[in-house]
Design a protein around this ligand. Structure first.
Ligand code: AMP
Length: 411
């Protein structure tokens, strides 16, 4: 997947034109509806500011949460629109609907540089079905489509891909940055190139492991997924997470790593407990000695040293998934130490979304990381080498002369 040949926001002439921009304002809210983390809104600011400064009539569209039954106040875009207005220091109008009369009237009345936020696009079930009639209705409000929602770029929904069937489509600055940084790391990494994978299941990450084995010098596996590999190597893993139907595959992956001269690092020791509980009694044991009645819930001190040393030597590191049950303080040490090792390394460091990104941010290391991806699932699919529908739908840069009347070359 690459951005080569795809048009970006810099290729388009916006003045006086209605632009529908898909952003990822799927922000976490507390029980009173207050935004607890506005990183995703902040991530879209460069694109929104650029559109405003270039005199576009800006129509923003996003989803928030998982509404299942049409419009519901608790899933309204209102808090996100208000936060955006604060961050920009200019008004952001909110439509009462998505493709209804209020949205259409407000979109039609927009003046240059004004911003309208549509209501939650998932109030329509047609969104996730990528329904063409729905995409067409959305598209009818605008003349151009800018996709800047990296977090949903791996989904073929009406507002992430369908719009491109009806409008010239370009990516915004956030998507461009995500793909530039991750693309360079994968295609032309400074070496040694180390990948750290964690999280719960091997089955979720098989294709990522396979794809990374072709690129990295060292692959580090921690978290619940490590135990399937330890079991495949003949160790007793007690009650740890283990996918018995993947043992053969685990052995194949280990053999593939050996054949490719990729160092494959697994936990040497583990913090184990008898129960999956925040206050369970915890102690460290070597991977060769996990008791039958215990489960591994974090990497142990020897493993932290082993993994940290590999990170210290690296010139490029990609990290996706926590090496322990970091939600429980007793089992968060491994995740903390990996985040710390990454922050202190001189390597180009890329943290791929979701839990590991949250960990890095909570621990205060975010500013020492080269790039924290805004898309968990999307960055994982990108690492797998898959096509992301929100990117592949974008308009190709015309070869030869152009008369599209949209691009900057035509103005
Ligand atoms: P994923 O969504 O696959 O990246 O998995 C993230 C989840 O993996 C987090 O909720 C962690 O608590 C969980 N996890 C990490 N290590 C372990 C482990 N050793 N046993 C069980 N769950 C784990």
């Amino acid at each position: 997947m690459s951005m080569k040949n795809k048009m970006t926001i810099s290729d388009i002439y916006f003045a006086g034109r209605r632009v529908i921009a898909r952003v990822d304002f799927n922000v976490p809210l507390d029980k009173d509806g207050n935004i607890t983390d506005d990183n995703r809104i902040v991530g879209a600011l460069p694109t929104i500011r650029y559109l405003v400064e270039n005199d576009a009539k800006v129509i923003l569209v996003s989803h928030l949460g998982r509404p299942k039954n049409g419009p519901e106040a608790k899933f309204s875009m209102k808090p996100a629109a208000e936060r955006l207005a604060q961050l920009l220091g200019r008004p952001v109008m909110l439509a009462a609907d998505v493709i209804g009369p209020d949205a259409k009237a407000k979109a039609a009345a927009l003046k240059n540089g004004e911003i309208l936020m549509l209501e939650n696009v998932r109030f329509h079930k047609e969104e996730e079905k990528n329904d063409p009639a729905f995409a067409k209705e959305l598209a009818s409000m605008a003349e151009l489509f800018v996709n800047d929602a990296f977090g949903t770029a791996h989904r073929a929904h009406a507002s992430t891909a369908g719009l491109a069937d009806y409008l010239p489509a370009v990516c915004g600055f956030l998507i461009k940055k995500e793909l530039d940084i991750m693309g360079k790391a994968l295609d032309n990494p400074e070496r040694p190139f180390v990948a750290i994978l964690g999280g719960a299941k091997v089955s979720d990450k098989i294709s990522v492991i396979e794809s990374l084995l072709d690129k990295v010098d060292t692959l580090i596996i921690g978290g619940g997924m490590a135990y399937t590999f330890l079991k495949a190597q003949g160790h007793n893993v007690g009650k740890s997470l283990c996918e018995l139907d993947r043992l053969e595959l685990a052995n194949e992956l280990l053999a593939k790593a050996a054949a490719k001269n990729v160092k494959f690092l697994l936990p040497l020791d583990n913090v184990v407990a008898k129960e999956f509980k925040a206050d369970a009694e915890a102690f460290a044991v070597d991977s060769t000695e996990i008791p039958d009645d215990c489960m591994g819930l974090d990497i142990g001190p020897k493993t932290i040293e082993l993994f940290s040393a590999a990170i210290k030597e690296a010139k490029t590191v990609i990290w996706n998934g926590p090496p322990g049950v970091f939600e429980f303080e007793k089992f968060a040490n491994g995740t903390r130490k990996i985040a710390e090792a990454l922050a202190n390394s001189g390597a180009i460091s890329i943290v791929g979304g979701g839990d590991s990104a949250a960990a890095v941010e909570q621990l205060g290391f975010a500013d020492k990381i080269t790039h924290i991806s805004t898309g968990g699932g999307a960055s994982l699919e990108f690492l797998e080498g898959k096509d992301l529908p929100g990117i592949s739908c974008l308009t190709e840069i015309p070869s030869g002369s152009c008369d599209c009347s949209s691009c900057s070359g035509c103005h």
